[in-house]
Design a protein around this ligand. Structure first.
Ligand SMILES: NC(=O)c1ccc[n+]([C@@H]2O[C@H](COP(=O)([O-])OP(=O)(O)OC[C@H]3O[C@@H](n4cnc5c(N)ncnc54)[C@H](OP(=O)(O)O)[C@@H]3O)[C@@H](O)[C@H]2O)c1
Length: 303
């Protein structure tokens, strides 16, 4: 599968995590992404309770060459919703996703944040492999919450892993790089802006609305520390690296193990900025990369 270096994720567009986005804007973001050459979209059955899959299904109905990644493994009918990787649930979830996406074959089907124990269950992995063998999906994998989960996925033969990878959170991918190389798996790097923080536009007193997942992510003190750490990188801006956003995105793209950086734009304007500032290989000069590592260490970023 040949994928574009930039992919578009739909969590932020779903309204679940960062506040509402107008329906028309969701469609415009998908169309703009296609027009600038994005050929892979990331979604999950839970985003907007299936609505993001439905929207992608509609937008991509006559574009079978565009790749879609979706994730299953959450039972939304349970109260409260719970993770479940039981093959019976997975099969129903797969069928529902396939219908919403209007695809005979799903390009990449991921287990959505399974624990290492869940990945240890042979029937779960066997189910995903069987879907692939039967030609119902082209590749299977795991959206991992940490290095242990990613490693377990790779050692179980996953074709693809998705994990958070950014300037402030680089260790998970670094820890599994040897496994990625050995297995030849594809890597989808998400949260490249650390949920917006690394765009470098927030004030020290930035607060979030109720329902925005970032409200619970950092205490005000932690946020101020993170913003200070980001300030330590600002001297690296210059030339083509016009912003913190550009630096953050280039850092991810410069890693040769990354197959595609999953962007999280919530508007066409944000997507355009990201595309414009992503740059070209080698993305960051060796000297900048070395300086970056030193500065991150000095700023106390355990990355
Ligand atoms: N477990 C999983 O499988 C999992 C988890 C997380 C994400 N993902 C996938 O990865 C995608 C991206 O993840 P993420 O939301 O964590 O990504 P991210 O890129 O780290 O953060 C996205 C946020 O950054 C801000 N932003 C986006 N473009 C910007 C720009 N040009 N300038 C300034 N700020 C900008 C927006 O927030 P504001 O403008 O509101 O500040 C946006 O909601 C998701 O949509 C989803 O598909 C998967």
């Amino acid at each position: 599968m040949e994928v574009s270096e930039l992919s578009v994720g739909t969590w932020g567009l779903s309204g679940d995590a960062y506040g509402p986005v107008a329906d028309a804007e969701v469609d415009r973001v998908i169309e703009r992404a296609l027009s600038v050459g994005v050929n892979i979209f990331d979604t999950a059955d839970v985003y907007g309770r299936g609505d993001m899959e439905r929207r992608l299904g509609k937008a991509l109905e006559d574009r079978s060459w565009i790749h879609v990644v979706t994730k299953i493994g959450t039972d939304l009918e349970a109260s409260p919703p719970r993770k479940t990787f039981d093959p019976r649930h997975l099969f129903t979830a797969y069928e529902r996703s396939q219908e919403r996406l209007k695809r005979d074959v799903i390009d990449i089907l991921l287990l959505h944040n399974p624990s290492v124990q869940a990945l240890g269950k042979t029937e779960t992995v066997a189910f995903m492999k069987e879907l692939k063998e039967k030609g119902k999906i082209r590749a299977w994998g795991v959206s991992a919450g940490n290095a242990d989960q990613a490693r377990a996925a790779l050692r179980n033969g996953a074709d693809v892993i998705e994990l958070a990878y950014n300037l402030f959170m680089a260790t998970d991918l670094e820890e599994v790089t040897a496994d990625v190389i050995e297995s030849g798996a594809g890597v989808l790097a998400r949260s490249v802006l650390a949920h917006g923080l690394l765009a470098g536009q927030w004030s020290r007193d930035r607060d979030f609305y109720e329902g925005d997942h970032r409200l619970d992510r950092w205490t005000p003190a932690e946020l101020r520390t993170r913003l200070k750490q980001l300030d330590a990188l600002r001297p690296l801006l210059g030339g083509a690296v016009v912003s913190c956003r550009s630096l953050a995105l280039r850092f991810v793209l410069a890693n040769q193990q990354v197959s595609s950086a999953v962007l999280g734009p919530r508007s066409v304007g944000q997507l355009d900025q990201l595309v414009r500032e992503s740059g070209m290989p080698p993305y960051l000069r060796d000297t900048v990369m070395a300086d970056l590592t030193t500065r991150l260490k000095k700023a106390g970023v355990e990355s």
